[in-house]
Design a protein. Structure first.
Length: 232
């Protein structure tokens, strides 16, 4: 992701509906895990998800490839490492949790990044992964933010399983707003990381938050979420 996009993300993520609900989703996932331990947030960018980990008692380190993203995370008081997701500077079996939200789609050799996640997890450790869904939604936005691909369920599951992880759950997210996203991206000429009016932001947050209570996880969405673990 370009430096300008990272700075834009950092400025938006505290209030933007998409990032706010995704942090809520991460918080719910953390409550379903065991006691907090050592965690690595790969592709942390501005560190929004890293701060969620810290707030829930984990000992997180933000890992970011770009100098700009690492600088933003440090400015927010986070522990930061700069590294490539295909070569994590962490000992084997050292971590209880790895999060990689919107990371794999940026890496040509996504299987190498998935294998590294498996390597650094302790037996029984958890991986939480999010990726953009469905090449039918490919647009100028994907190009602007440096995506290599979007995933279908089978493709994401295959990458994770071949890395040696066991998939516990795989579901769609941002399902209700997929028609809006598809319409907008057919007309887009760049990134859709935009600041929006407060009433619109609140309305979109309410719509996507409704997915917590509706049986829509098996339907096509804008993103895919996956929880996996390293077998003992």
């Amino acid at each position: 992701m370009e430096a300008t996009e990272i700075r834009k993300l950092a400025a938006l993520e505290d209030r933007h509906w998409w990032y706010a609900e995704r942090r809520a989703l991460l918080a719910r996932a953390l409550r379903g895990l065991g006691a907090p331990g050592a965690a690595l947030d790969i592709g942390a960018a501005g560190g929004g998800n890293t701060r969620v980990l810290r707030a829930h008692g984990w000992r997180p380190v933000a890992l970011e490839y770009s100098a700009e993203g690492a600088e933003v995370a440090r400015e927010r008081g986070l522990s930061v490492m700069r590294a490539d997701g295909r070569h994590l500077p962490v000992g084997s079996g050292a971590l209880d949790l790895v999060t990689a939200f919107d990371v794999l789609e940026h890496i040509d050799e996504d299987h190498e990044a998935a294998a590294e996640i498996r390597r650094v997890l302790r037996p029984g450790g958890t991986a939480l992964i999010a990726v953009p869904a469905d090449m039918k939604l490919w647009s100028a936005h994907d190009v602007a933010v440096g995506h290599v691909r979007r995933y279908d369920r089978a493709g994401l599951r295959d990458v994770v399983k071949k890395a040696g992880l066991v998939v516990d759950e795989l579901w769609s997210w941002n399902v209700l707003l997929r028609p809006v996203a598809a319409w907008r991206r057919r007309r887009s000429t760049g990134s859709d990381l935009d600041d929006i009016a407060a009433p619109v932001n609140l309305g979109l947050r309410a719509v996507v938050a409704a997915e917590r209570y509706l049986p829509v996880k098996s339907l096509p969405g804008v993103s895919l979420m996956l929880r996996a673990h390293r077998p003992g």
